[in-house]
Ligand binder design. Structure first.
Ligand SMILES: [Zn+2]
Length: 78
């Protein structure tokens, strides 16, 4: 009976260690992606279609931001 309790405690300790290892892996896996999204990808809105696009892909004209050359021209002629 005493051995069963010891085995139970041992299993519980192993379970806690494995859970800690799993959490540690998840944290180190999530950290780089969230910091990358926070720094490099700034989203801007297209003045013509109201779509959100990455700032480095945006086209700027007459103080407005556009998602494509097509929408810049479409807004300019209207
Ligand atoms: Zn657009």
């Amino acid at each position: 009976m005493g051995r069963l309790i010891i085995e139970g405690i041992t299993l519980w300790i192993i379970f806690q260690v494995l859970r800690g290892v799993f959490r540690g892996h998840r944290r180190s896996f999530e950290a780089p992606t969230s910091s990358l999204a926070g720094t490099s990808q700034m989203m801007v809105q297209c003045h013509h279609c109201q779509d959100y696009i990455p700032a480095d892909r945006a086209i700027h004209a007459r103080g407005h931001t556009y998602c494509s050359e097509e929408h810049r021209r479409a807004d300019g002629s209207a």
